[in-house]
Design a protein around this ligand. Structure first.
Ligand code: GUN
Length: 334
């Protein structure tokens, strides 16, 4: 309950009917729909953008840097900038060729760090191998670090269990977990993956919610034994349909962070006309969880697509508004 109070800005009670289940007695196979929860979050952010605009005289702005030609990165960046537009937030996109020199990105970051219309800066990851990802990320001003990757923001999250700017995917997952209506206290959460952007901040947030947390990774022994003990499974290991239903404890909550494309004989073949004017590619999107075998076993499961993905973008825009307010208040004090 304390945790719910601390996330005071989340008002599911009014907008979403919170049904209180006990995980043991909850129906099996309930779909934890990120699309629905993200829609509520976006509505809240849109309202906050309007308030910000009225008081500050401008809307909070997001700058996004995209390097190279990865179609997945380009698609994510497009989703981010499109959502900004829908919520009335300006976005500034900087595209660089794969071969860009590191110094050029540092120069752009310098400009954006100093630009008062920019409240959030995001460098789309992964970056090409010749670029020092960590050095570039740490160069973003901590007050504009909407990915929550700056060591100052990571430290705040780790020490205090919360931070004004925290990693978007774990932050969105916490909102999804709250939306289940389940009491998280004392639950055993098993996270698969120890990345800076998902696994580690996820562990901090779940610990702050009084879960018992196990972080598994590529060197973990007896992975299935750990998963079998979990009340909450967060799968973020990047292996298509890896987690199987018979590994999962009956009634567990399963959160699938994976976004993988695999060949699909039923999908429109590569190059053929497909839905919404997009070309077919003969592939389908799947998560890190084998949805068909896990769904009947668990109390709640996030689908892919339409689960964690929409929450990540909603949290990015929430971070941008948070950053805008924090910077505005700081400027008022000076
Ligand atoms: N690439 C995949 N997910 C993310 C994200 O959340 N932030 C950034 N910067 N890059 C990503």
């Amino acid at each position: 309950m304390k945790f719910l109070q601390r996330l005071g800005h989340i008002r599911f009670g009014r907008q979403l009917p919170v049904r209180r289940f006990c995980q043991e007695t909850a129906p099996r196979g309930q779909v934890l729909c990120g699309k629905t929860v993200a829609k509520e979050c976006r509505k809240r952010v849109k309202k906050q953008v309007k308030e910000f605009q009225e008081i500050v005289g401008r809307a909070p702005g997001l700058a996004v840097l995209l390097v190279g030609n990865r179609p997945d990165s380009a698609a994510y960046v497009m989703s981010k900038t499109k959502t900004c537009a829908k919520l009335g937030m300006p976005s500034f996109q900087y595209n660089f060729p794969e071969s860009v020199r590191e110094s050029e990105i540092f120069t752009t970051l310098d400009y954006l760090n100093k630009n008062d219309s920019v409240d959030g800066i995001l460098v789309q990851l992964p970056l090409p191998k010749h670029l020092d990802e960590d050095r570039l990320i740490q160069y973003i001003h901590p007050h504009k670090d909407v990915d929550g990757l700056n060591v100052n923001n990571v430290g705040t999250l780790t020490s205090y269990g919360d931070a004004p700017l925290k990693a978007c995917t774990p932050s969105g997952i916490m909102q999804l977990l709250v939306a289940t209506g389940e009491d998280l206290e004392g639950k055993h959460a098993v996270i698969m993956g120890r990345s800076d952007i998902v696994g580690k901040p996820m562990a901090s947030l779940l610990l702050a919610a009084n879960c018992t947390v196990t972080v598994c990774h590529s060197r973990t022994k007896n992975l299935q034994t750990h998963i079998g003990m979990a009340d909450i499974v967060v799968a973020a290991l990047g292996k298509p349909e890896f987690v199987q239903g018979d590994w999962i404890k009956d009634g567990a909550i399963v959160i699938d962070v994976g976004i993988n494309k695999i060949p699909d004989p039923n999908a429109p073949p590569a190059g053929s006309p497909s839905l919404k004017g997009k070309k077919g590619d003969g592939m389908k999107m799947v998560g890190d969880v084998d949805y068909a075998s896990c769904k009947p076993k668990c109390s709640w499961i996030t689908p892919v697509p339409g689960g964690v993905g929409p929450m990540t973008i909603a949290m990015l825009l929430q971070n941008t508004v948070n950053s805008g307010w924090a910077r505005y208040k700081l400027a008022q004090k000076e």
